[in-house]
Design a protein around this ligand. Sequence first.
Ligand code: 4NP
Length: 164
Amino acid sequence: MTGIMFVCLGNICRSPMAEIIFKDMVEKAGRSAEFLIASSATSSENVCNGIGAEVYPPAKKVLAKHGLSTGGKRAVQISAEDYDKYDYIVCMDKYNLRSLNRLFGGDKDGKIFMLMDFTERPGDVSDPWYSGDFETAYRDIHEGCKGLLKQITQKNKDIIRKDD
Ligand code: 4NP
Protein backbone atom coordinates (compact mmCIF):
# COMPACT_ATOMS: atom_id res chain seq x y z
CA MET A 1 0.00 0.00 0.00
CA THR A 2 1.34 3.41 -0.99
CA GLY A 3 0.04 6.35 1.08
CA ILE A 4 -0.20 9.74 -0.58
CA MET A 5 -1.19 12.94 1.21
CA PHE A 6 -1.76 15.96 -1.03
CA VAL A 7 -1.34 19.29 0.74
CA CYS A 8 -2.17 22.95 0.04
CA LEU A 9 -2.91 26.02 2.15
CA GLY A 10 -6.67 25.71 2.58
CA ASN A 11 -7.64 22.17 1.40
CA ILE A 12 -10.57 23.64 -0.50
CA CYS A 13 -9.06 24.07 -4.00
CA ARG A 14 -5.75 22.54 -5.15
CA SER A 15 -5.17 19.57 -2.83
CA PRO A 16 -8.76 18.25 -2.99
CA MET A 17 -8.51 18.54 -6.78
CA ALA A 18 -5.29 16.48 -6.65
CA GLU A 19 -6.88 13.90 -4.32
CA ILE A 20 -9.91 13.48 -6.58
CA ILE A 21 -7.94 13.46 -9.86
CA PHE A 22 -5.39 10.94 -8.52
CA LYS A 23 -8.13 8.68 -7.10
CA ASP A 24 -9.85 8.70 -10.49
CA MET A 25 -6.59 7.90 -12.30
CA VAL A 26 -5.81 4.86 -10.16
CA GLU A 27 -9.42 3.71 -10.29
CA LYS A 28 -9.38 3.84 -14.10
CA ALA A 29 -6.13 1.84 -14.01
CA GLY A 30 -7.83 -0.75 -11.75
CA ARG A 31 -5.27 -0.02 -9.01
CA SER A 32 -7.32 1.62 -6.22
CA ALA A 33 -6.42 -1.14 -3.74
CA GLU A 34 -2.73 -0.22 -3.98
CA PHE A 35 -3.23 3.28 -2.60
CA LEU A 36 -4.32 5.28 0.43
CA ILE A 37 -5.05 8.78 -0.91
CA ALA A 38 -6.00 11.88 1.12
CA SER A 39 -5.59 15.66 1.17
CA SER A 40 -5.21 18.30 3.84
CA ALA A 41 -4.41 21.93 4.63
CA THR A 42 -1.38 23.51 6.25
CA SER A 43 -3.70 26.18 7.72
CA SER A 44 -6.64 25.79 10.08
CA GLU A 45 -8.53 28.51 8.19
CA ASN A 46 -11.18 26.23 6.67
CA VAL A 47 -11.78 23.99 9.68
CA CYS A 48 -14.14 25.38 12.30
CA ASN A 49 -14.91 23.40 15.49
CA GLY A 50 -13.66 20.26 13.76
CA ILE A 51 -15.98 20.72 10.75
CA GLY A 52 -14.20 21.39 7.48
CA ALA A 53 -15.43 23.56 4.64
CA GLU A 54 -16.63 21.94 1.44
CA VAL A 55 -14.58 22.13 -1.74
CA TYR A 56 -14.71 25.69 -3.14
CA PRO A 57 -17.56 25.85 -5.73
CA PRO A 58 -15.39 26.88 -8.74
CA ALA A 59 -13.07 23.92 -7.99
CA LYS A 60 -16.13 21.64 -7.81
CA LYS A 61 -17.30 23.06 -11.13
CA VAL A 62 -14.05 22.40 -12.98
CA LEU A 63 -13.91 18.85 -11.58
CA ALA A 64 -17.52 18.27 -12.69
CA LYS A 65 -16.63 19.56 -16.16
CA HIS A 66 -14.03 16.78 -16.31
CA GLY A 67 -16.56 14.22 -15.07
CA LEU A 68 -15.38 14.10 -11.44
CA SER A 69 -17.34 14.45 -8.19
CA THR A 70 -15.93 15.76 -4.89
CA GLY A 71 -17.92 13.10 -3.05
CA GLY A 72 -18.55 15.16 0.10
CA LYS A 73 -14.89 16.01 0.67
CA ARG A 74 -14.40 18.50 3.53
CA ALA A 75 -11.27 20.37 4.57
CA VAL A 76 -8.99 18.88 7.23
CA GLN A 77 -5.71 20.19 8.62
CA ILE A 78 -2.52 18.14 8.39
CA SER A 79 -0.96 17.03 11.69
CA ALA A 80 2.58 16.08 12.70
CA GLU A 81 1.51 12.40 12.99
CA ASP A 82 0.70 12.30 9.27
CA TYR A 83 4.41 12.23 8.47
CA ASP A 84 4.72 8.57 9.46
CA LYS A 85 1.32 7.58 8.02
CA TYR A 86 2.08 8.48 4.38
CA ASP A 87 4.86 7.61 1.92
CA TYR A 88 4.46 10.72 -0.24
CA ILE A 89 3.49 14.12 1.14
CA VAL A 90 2.90 16.12 -2.01
CA CYS A 91 2.36 19.86 -1.78
CA MET A 92 1.35 22.49 -4.30
CA ASP A 93 3.79 25.38 -3.77
CA LYS A 94 6.93 26.56 -2.03
CA TYR A 95 4.96 28.11 0.86
CA ASN A 96 3.35 24.74 1.62
CA LEU A 97 6.82 23.18 1.43
CA ARG A 98 8.13 25.59 4.04
CA SER A 99 5.11 25.04 6.33
CA LEU A 100 5.47 21.25 6.10
CA ASN A 101 9.17 21.34 6.91
CA ARG A 102 8.37 23.50 9.92
CA LEU A 103 5.54 21.21 11.10
CA PHE A 104 7.57 18.00 10.68
CA GLY A 105 10.88 19.49 11.90
CA GLY A 106 12.47 18.75 8.49
CA ASP A 107 12.04 15.79 6.16
CA LYS A 108 14.12 12.98 7.66
CA ASP A 109 12.77 10.28 5.32
CA GLY A 110 12.68 12.41 2.13
CA LYS A 111 8.89 12.15 1.75
CA ILE A 112 7.98 15.74 0.99
CA PHE A 113 7.58 16.64 -2.69
CA MET A 114 6.11 19.40 -4.81
CA LEU A 115 3.53 18.07 -7.29
CA MET A 116 5.01 19.81 -10.33
CA ASP A 117 8.39 18.19 -9.63
CA PHE A 118 6.86 15.08 -11.22
CA THR A 119 6.52 16.96 -14.52
CA GLU A 120 8.81 18.64 -17.02
CA ARG A 121 7.68 21.98 -15.52
CA PRO A 122 8.83 22.00 -11.87
CA GLY A 123 7.65 24.83 -9.60
CA ASP A 124 4.32 25.86 -8.10
CA VAL A 125 0.90 24.64 -9.25
CA SER A 126 -0.95 27.62 -10.70
CA ASP A 127 -2.94 28.96 -7.72
CA PRO A 128 -6.60 29.47 -8.74
CA TRP A 129 -7.39 31.29 -5.48
CA TYR A 130 -5.45 34.26 -6.82
CA SER A 131 -5.69 33.72 -10.61
CA GLY A 132 -9.36 32.68 -10.74
CA ASP A 133 -8.22 30.24 -13.45
CA PHE A 134 -9.35 26.81 -12.28
CA GLU A 135 -8.85 25.20 -15.70
CA THR A 136 -5.11 25.98 -15.68
CA ALA A 137 -4.88 24.65 -12.11
CA TYR A 138 -6.72 21.49 -13.25
CA ARG A 139 -4.24 21.03 -16.12
CA ASP A 140 -1.20 21.48 -13.83
CA ILE A 141 -2.59 19.12 -11.20
CA HIS A 142 -3.58 16.48 -13.77
CA GLU A 143 -0.07 16.59 -15.28
CA GLY A 144 1.52 16.36 -11.81
CA CYS A 145 -0.68 13.41 -10.81
CA LYS A 146 0.18 11.58 -14.04
CA GLY A 147 3.90 12.07 -13.35
CA LEU A 148 3.54 10.98 -9.73
CA LEU A 149 1.71 7.77 -10.70
CA LYS A 150 4.36 7.05 -13.35
CA GLN A 151 7.16 7.52 -10.80
CA ILE A 152 5.49 5.28 -8.19
CA THR A 153 4.81 2.60 -10.81
CA GLN A 154 8.44 2.67 -11.95
CA LYS A 155 9.75 2.58 -8.38
CA ASN A 156 7.55 -0.42 -7.53
CA LYS A 157 8.77 -2.24 -10.66
CA ASP A 158 12.38 -1.58 -9.60
CA ILE A 159 11.62 -3.00 -6.14
CA ILE A 160 10.05 -6.14 -7.67
CA ARG A 161 13.12 -6.56 -9.93
CA LYS A 162 15.43 -6.24 -6.96
CA ASP A 163 13.48 -8.98 -5.14
CA ASP A 164 13.74 -11.41 -8.13
P1 4NP B 1 -6.13 26.10 -1.60
O1 4NP B 1 -6.69 27.56 -1.92
O2 4NP B 1 -4.92 26.29 -0.70
O3 4NP B 1 -5.76 25.60 -2.96
O4 4NP B 1 -7.25 25.34 -0.94
C1 4NP B 1 -6.82 28.59 -0.98
C2 4NP B 1 -7.88 28.57 -0.11
C3 4NP B 1 -8.02 29.59 0.81
C4 4NP B 1 -7.10 30.63 0.82
C5 4NP B 1 -6.04 30.64 -0.05
C6 4NP B 1 -5.88 29.61 -0.96
N1 4NP B 1 -7.27 31.71 1.73
O5 4NP B 1 -6.46 32.64 1.70
O6 4NP B 1 -8.21 31.66 2.55
